[in-house]
Design a protein around this ligand. Sequence first.
Ligand code: DC
Length: 224
Amino acid sequence: MNHKSIAIDGPAGAGKSTLARKLAEKLGFLYVDTGAIYRTVAVKVLWEKADPADPAQVIPLLEGLEIHIGYDSDGVQRMYLEGEDVSAAIRKHKVSGVASQVSAIPEVRAFLLDFQRKLARESNVVMDGRDIGTVVLPQADVKIFLTAAPEARAKRRLLELEQRGEAADFDAILRDIKDRDWQDEHRPIAPLKQAADAVLLDTTHLDLGQSMNQLLFLVKEKIK
Ligand code: DC
């Protein structure tokens, strides 16, 4: 049976994961946060104290790497590395930068490509990431490029951290977001970019509810 797939790409902090998860819930599709998979590889690199900028240290770690995705009863994705639940660890600030670094290594991307495609072969999916519409699922039924101005993304991130009771500084967050955008957009392999047939959704001036309505409208137009 042919499964449906919805690809949602865009920079960090555009609201991809929140919107993609809600969309998946509404449609009864599986939600796949591919950034979480790259983050899990980053945790392995940190565990092994390897240098994420050095492919020669990272590539050998891929052999026999045991990564699994699980889902809570409410559809929340959980990541397991060698049997250990690393769902909280992958959200640490340090992991973001390392994930961005290891994601620039072609062998890491090739390794995760099959993993991601397999998920889309087995289920209807809403998959979010950077290269889903361009590389992972070029035949996706719907492709959305979700973005927002860096300042708007930094403001949302600040609020999120404050709500979690974590200390945060707007300027540092903004700098971080811009650095990561640059890294993700300029890597030679599978850089972050809008697929030619993706629909652009800019949420700079939209709140979550408005963004969700727009997203649903776009998806329903394509998947009847
Ligand atoms: O979406 P995120 O911040 O959790 O992603 C972490 C890093 O993983 C991000 O800097 C870029 C990389 N990534 C990628 O290269 N391709 C994807 N499909 C998803 C994430």
